[in-house]
Write a protein that binds this ligand. Structure first.
Ligand SMILES: Nc1nc2c(c(=O)[nH]1)N[C@H]1C(S)=C(S)[C@@H](COP(=O)(O)OP(=O)(O)OC[C@H]3O[C@@H](n4cnc5c(=O)[nH]c(N)nc54)[C@H](O)[C@@H]3O)O[C@H]1N2
Ligand SMILES: Nc1nc2c(c(=O)[nH]1)N[C@H]1C(S)=C(S)[C@@H](COP(=O)(O)OP(=O)(O)OC[C@H]3O[C@@H](n4cnc5c(=O)[nH]c(N)nc54)[C@H](O)[C@@H]3O)O[C@H]1N2
Ligand code: SF4
Ligand SMILES: [Mo]
Length: 732
């Protein structure tokens, strides 16, 4: 028997696991009590690692479509098939004719994070899509404009704050997002134990709300109004006081003036929260010695997503809490963080709209286009029409809006390729599926999530099992070779050398780099004999702010604690002005649109929102028996008053229809949801023909994104509106 310590790759919390194995058998998965960050905490999904390892439906052999059927093939056959199909399309129809979609697991995976973009650059298509535009893109837009890089996201300093205002997040279930912090229940309890206060704003009384001092239902999609009204109160009542922050701010007067247009008395009805309560919340926020406002997916996946994301940080500034201990602070990650490397204090800032989506004209953001545009880009004839799709760790047919339309569009593609671990709702249409290794077969380091972590942590896990199959980065490089015209057997070592050389050259070109003045050859020699993601990570650690090396991390299997956040202004900034841009032009221009929402009152119609569930992970962990056993999870939550009015009973079935589609779901009555709001979790609907996930098909549920509408986006970020969807409901 052997014991391995590794970071759980399933969500943003980065918990440490202790895994016992015997040969290739996983005996047990437990929390690693010695982990410097999670100290033994895990959630039920951790055990999924064992079941995923054992899952007979998990792909280990490439599949190629022959005479209509997906059949097993060798790796060489699969790459030859790709080489036969993809380059001719590119030659005839141009680079943009092939679209890429990178899904959520890519962000939890060094191979995907580093080599996914390498493949996308080799492809050279403008049609790059990711799960970010059904998720956090609004926050990345507001953070980029305010602070200068897309991941300069202020993180609520939950371990030291006295007052936490949470909007549209349920970290007790999701385990935190844009807030890497294992055991949020413990962390929230400790706020209250030290006399602090936790307030939750959510159309549902969530587990997080139950753990809080105060919870307010809010009408979906109106967080920006509430936040503006809170800011307005601070201004009107003379409580807006950025204090020492002032010298780092640009646009303060403009913001003070803008938010004055949103008095609580005018916002109250639209939000469904009384004006007096809004004023009290604002006063308490201002009075708390240390406070933080935190908004997550509920505030992003709505029509005012970017405004809400911006206003969260405006409030953190107006209360003097940005960059202050116990407020909203900036992590300093050990690797890959653009605001911790190079020259600090100012920079190029961000630029959007370098190209537009062909059909709808939505702007490019950080090199990608909104995934809500994908269906129309496939369907609409013309130059640059999308004719082929490559998905990497993504299931857009379930995860993105107007699912039925996207599925029809995908059926019409000339070629579809997936790197995935299952034949699911999306990959069942593929012509070739290349299996990714399971998590235990790859090394792990959270390049993305340590940039969003409540403490500065670095933790590297080597692979637990060897694998004879190619690693995901090797698959991606081989594909890069194919789309670069080098055929199916490109020299992977040469391509990989190019990756690290390019990275080193870019780093050394920055006079502010910690490695400036060193020779590239000498640096690369120090990294030997590593290759692939490990070599990239080792390089990034050396270029990072702690002078770490991968050797050192390997000596610390329980992680390295690099301490709590420290004040980082102005060094953290990469804006051209060297200031926090409180009133970016694009955002200011969108405020007028928010004003028109002040007069809304819902008109008594029903709206749909989503919800996450503890034993689920978006669309892909439903084939693991331990996670789906018990009561059906994919139900329609509804308030008893609404149900009575519509003649629906608990356990009965309802037909839910929207402008985009129609589904049927079992009703679950609960007074934990705001009247007028119903909720169905996303990620279900596994009973489509051709899906090869036996357990998931037996617990199929329905795909809630049949109801969401791709035409509804937050205009600044192109992010899909997934909450607050008008629906009609009737007994089935
Ligand atoms: N167990 C589990 N954990 C997960 C995932 C999972 O599927 N399952 N997914 C992972 C991923 S990819 C992400 S991005 C994170 C997300 O992490 P969170 O943002 O914490 O996600 P949710 O639990 O969906 O919480 C969102 C909350 O917003 C509420 N809400 C909906 N509409 C509105 C609105 O208009 N205003 C307000 N104020 N609230 C609203 C919902 O009721 C819900 O409680 O979770 C991650 N962790
Ligand atoms: N209505 C509604 N829709 C939503 C949301 C919502 O709140 N409401 N949330 C949105 C959010 S936040 C997100 S992040 C998206 C997620 O959207 P997606 O990323 O498209 O969906 P996932 O379900 O995460 O799909 C992950 C895929 O990756 C595969 N996979 C798992 N591990 C690996 C691996 O290591 N390598 C590879 N190559 N593949 C792997 C799985 O089999 C699965 O096919 O969904 C979004 N959709
Ligand atoms: S909370 Fe997230 S990281 Fe921690 S064990 Fe659960 S799934 Fe893994
Ligand atoms: Mo997400």
């Amino acid at each position: 028997m052997a014991v391995h310590y590794r970071t759980c790759p399933f969500c943003e919390a980065t918990c440490g696991l202790e895994i016992e194995i015997e040969g290739r058998e996983v005996l047990s998965v437990r929390g690693d009590k010695q982990d410097v960050f999670s100290q033994g905490f895990i959630c039920p999904k951790a055990h999924g690692l064992k079941q995923l390892h054992e899952d007979p439906d998990r792909l280990t052999t490439p599949l190629v479509r022959r005479e209509g059927e997906l059949v097993e093939a060798t790796w060489d056959e699969a790459f030859e098939e790709i080489d036969r199909r993809l380059p001719p399309l590119l030659a005839e129809h141009g680079r943009n004719s092939v679209a890429v979609y990178l899904g959520n697991p890519v962000a939890h995976n060094m191979s995907g994070l580093v080599y996914g973009p390498v493949f996308a650059r080799a492809l050279g298509s403008r049609n790059v899509y990711t799960a970010s535009t059904v998720d956090q893109m609004p926050k990345q837009v507001s953070a980029g404009l305010m602070f200068g890089t897309m991941l300069s996201v202020p993180i609520p300093d939950v371990d030291r704050t006295d007052h936490l205002l949470i909007l549209g997040a349920n970290p007790l279930v999701s385990n935190g997002s844009l807030l890497t912090a294992p055991d949020m229940r413990g962390r929230l309890r400790r706020i209250r134990e030290r006399g602090g206060k936790v307030v939750v704003i959510d159309p549902r009384r969530t587990r997080t709300a139950e753990e809080a001092d105060e919870h307010h239902f809010i009408r979906p999609g109106t967080d920006a109004l509430l936040l503006a009204a809170l800011a307005c109160t601070l201004v009107e009542e003379g409580l807006a006081d950025p204090g020492a922050l002032s010298e780092h701010l640009d646009g303060l007067d403009e913001v003070l003036e803008l938010v004055r247009g949103f008095p609580p008395e005018q916002a109250a009805e639209a939000c469904g929260i009384p004006a007096e309560e809004i004023r009290r919340m604002a006063r308490e926020l201002a009075a708390a010695p240390r406070a933080a406002v935190y908004g997550r997916i509920g505030t992003c996946t709505q029509e005012f997503g970017t405004l809400a994301s911006w206003l969260v940080d405006v409030l953190n500034v107006l209360t003097g809490n940005l960059d202050r201990e116990g407020g909203a602070t900036f992590p300093r990650a050990a690797a890959a963080q653009r605001n911790s490397t190079g020259t600090g204090g100012s920079g190029k800032g961000v630029r959007f709209g370098r190209w537009q989506s062909r059909v709808r004209g939505l702007p490019e953001l950080y090199g990608e286009l909104p995934v809500s545009c994908l269906a129309e880009e496939i369907e609409t004839p013309g130059d640059d029409q999308v004719r082929a799709l490559v998905t990497v760790g993504g299931n857009p047919v379930v995860s993105t809006p107007h699912a039925e339309r996207l599925e029809r569009a995908i059926e019409g593609l000339e070629f579809q390729l997936a790197i995935d671990i299952y034949v699911n709702e999306t990959t069942r249409h593929a012509d070739v599926i290349l299996p990714a290794p399971e998590p235990l077969e790859k090394p792990h380091y959270d390049l993305a999530f340590y940039q969003l972590s409540v403490r500065n942590i670095a933790n590297y896990s080597p692979a637990v099992f060897e694998s004879s199959a190619p690693a995901e980065w090797e698959i991606l490089l081989r594909l890069a070779g194919i789309v670069a015209g080098q055929g199916p057997n490109a020299d992977l070592a040469a391509l990989d050398d190019l990756v690290i050389t390019t990275l080193a050259q870019r780093e050394l070109a920055d006079p502010g780099s910690r490695l400036a003045g060193r020779g590239p050859d000498e640096l690369l020699e120090e990294l030997e004999p590593r290759h692939g993601p490990d070599r990239v990570l080792d390089f990034m650690l050396r270029a990072g702010p702690y002078d770490l090396t991968l050797d050192e991390l390997e000596q610390h299997p329980h992680g390295v604690d690099l301490g709590p956040h420290e004040p980082r202004l102005p060094e953290v900034l990469r804006t051209p002005s060297g200031k926090v841009e409180l009133a970016p032009e694009a955002i200011v221009a969108d405020v007028e649109r928010l004003r028109t929402a002040l007069g809304r009152n819902g008109n008594g119609g029903l709206v749909l929102i989503g919800r996450r569930q503890l034993r689920s992970n978006n669309s892909w962990m439903h084939n693991l028996p331990a996670l789906v056993k018990g009561k059906e999870q994919c139900t329609l939550h509804m308030h008893p008053d609404d149900a009575a009015r519509l003649g629906l009973d608990d356990g009965g079935r309802a037909v839910v229809s929207s402008a985009a589609g129609r589904i049927e779901a079992p009703v679950e009555l609960t007074d934990g949801i705001m009247p007028g709001v119903v909720s169905i979790p996303h990620g279900w609907g596994h009973d489509a023909p051709g899906v090869r996930m036996q357990v998931a098909s037996d617990h199929a549920g329905v795909n809630s994104n049949v109801l969401t509408d791709g035409s509804q986006v937050d205009p600044l970020s192109g992010n899909a509106v997934l909450n607050g969807i008008p629906v009609e409901i009737a007994p089935a």
